[in-house]
Design a protein around this ligand. Structure first.
Ligand SMILES: Cc1cc2nc3c(=O)[nH]c(=O)nc-3n(C[C@H](O)[C@H](O)[C@H](O)COP(=O)(O)OP(=O)(O)OC[C@H]3O[C@@H](n4cnc5c(N)ncnc54)[C@H](O)[C@@H]3O)c2cc1C
Length: 426
């Protein structure tokens, strides 16, 4: 991996400037070394530094270069599994703390933004999850009821209620998750860097960790700059950009591409009638579409992409067509930005935490819902690093590579074809 500039995107064009994060120039010691400068690593760094630990974050490119600086900015405090399903899978004793952590994860994001004065256009107007089919609306209403039983502010919405919020009657219904909201994700990432630095954390960009070696009671990290870090504990937080640093880790996730387009700022009554209350939105299909407006009134649409990185505007045509089909009243749209990034999909659709050696923690696999979850994960990993006996809500598992992972591009292509068939049938 060679250090690269941020890929062009709406977020890269509109975020406040990045705080300085120069490459690691001199070898040093730290209590905790964090590999990866996204939400997971930076939230862990901030919470560790807040507790007085000496933290060093090493990022191969610049913080936010990965998914954290490229995502849809939808802060959703949910997993792919519903609360009752989590209780069935894990039993109530293990599931309830997990459900609480997930449920509180958007609060954590918005609290951090407020507490550290992060300039990232936060809005907290809820998330609409929508279905095209009458048949699936009951399931979404049941989801709303499950979260409401656990204290979340939710609303079950019928076709007319969705149409009033959305500006289209395409959807048969859905639900509103009042805990959710939207942010400018690269601005949030940079705000986390600034906050962590303010608390004493060292954050270095342009510094790839090339090897980790156990030496006595410590970890020794070699880096692309030639300088090294020695630390008691290490967190690997490389998600969809995981390489060969830890044996087998890359093979535990499918690094799928998600693509996004953003229109130019929209004006006029037709544009104002779309999401007038400022919610974020996504469909509940297996191959979901996610959309929202940004602070300047651009419409963003995200969804699946092919495994390879996009080669040009034609690779985004399916998203532009989806947006224009959804809101034909806007007429032909002009697009200002098109970009993509990698999410980490796990086999069980759960985030994964591994502790494969003394002092080594790995956290990844947010399945496209990592703004709130990765921020929460970072906080809980930090607490566990400070006190091994601390309550830890996320399941810890051994590293289990996905069989025949070398075929991941075919898994993803096959999954896209299969899911698209199922979506069409339903
Ligand atoms: C297009 C897109 C849209 C998305 N939309 C949403 C959304 O709307 N809502 C939501 O909740 N989630 C969304 N997600 C998912 C979310 O962005 C991720 O789950 C989250 O950012 C993961 O954060 P992270 O810190 O674990 O990983 P990342 O942000 O991917 O960071 C990993 C970092 O590790 C670095 N790295 C890798 N190897 C090394 C090494 N050896 N040495 C040093 N550094 C290394 C990489 O350069 C990278 O910057 C989306 C993702 C994408 C790609």
């Amino acid at each position: 991996m060679s250090a690269g500039a941020l890929p062009p995107s709406l977020w890269a064009a509109t975020a406040p400037p990045a705080p300085p994060t120069p490459p690691l120039a001199e070898s040093r010691r730290a209590d905790v070394l964090i590999v990866g400068g996204g939400f997971t690593g930076l939230s862990a760094a901030l919470h560790l530094a807040e507790a007085g630990a000496q933290v060093c974050v090493l990022e191969a490119h610049e913080p936010g270069w990965g998914a954290s600086g490229r995502n849809g900015g939808q802060v959703n405090p949910t997993l792919k599994h519903d609360p009752d399903e989590l209780v069935r899978i894990f039993g109530a004793e293990r599931a309830e703390p997990l459900i609480d952590a997930v449920s509180g994860s958007a609060d954590l994001v918005f609290d951090l933004i407020a507490r550290h004065g992060i300039d990232c256009q936060p809005v907290r107007n809820g998330w609409l999850q929508l279905s095209y089919s009458e048949k699936d609306v009951a399931g979404l209403h049941a989801r709303a009821a499950q979260w409401a039983r656990r204290g979340a502010r939710t609303e079950a919405l019928d076709r007319a209620a969705v149409a009033a919020r959305l500006g289209t009657d395409t959807f048969a219904g859905g639900w509103l998750d009042g805990r959710a909201g939207g942010i400018q994700p690269l601005a949030y990432t940079r705000g986390l860097v600034r906050a962590a630095q303010g608390l004493g954390a060292a954050v270095h960009g342009g510094t790839e960790v090339t090897a980790l070696e156990r030496r006595g009671t410590h970890w020794h990290a070699s880096t692309s700059t030639g300088a090294s870090v020695t630390a008691e504990q290490v967190l690997i937080a490389t998600n969809g950009y995981t390489g060969a640093l830890w044996p087998g880790l890359k093979r535990t996730v499918l690094a799928a591409n998600s693509f996004i387009v953003a229109t130019e700022p929209l004006k006029g009554a037709a544009a104002h009638a779309i999401l007038p209350r400022g919610e974020t939105a996504s469909t509940s299909q297996r191959l979901l579409l996610y959309f929202r407006k940004d602070a300047q009134g651009r419409l963003l649409m995200g969804g699946r992409g092919h495994f390879a990185d996009p080669g040009g505007p034609a690779d985004f045509a399916h998203l532009e067509r989806s947006l224009e089909l959804l809101f034909p009243q806007l007429g032909p749209l002009r697009y200002e930005y098109r970009w993509a990034g990698r999410i980490a999909v796990t086999r069980d659709f759960m985030p994964h935490v591994h502790t494969p050696a003394p002092g080594m923690t790995i956290a990844l696999g947010y399945n496209g819902r990592g703004i709130a979850l990765a921020t929460s994960m970072g906080r809980h990993v930090a607490a566990r690093m400070l006190d091994a006996g601390a309550d830890f809500p996320y399941p810890v598992s051994p590293i289990r590579p996905i069989p025949l992972h070398g075929l991941q591009r075919f898994y993803i292509a096959g999954g896209v074809a299969w899911y698209s068939l199922l979506d069409r049938l339903s």
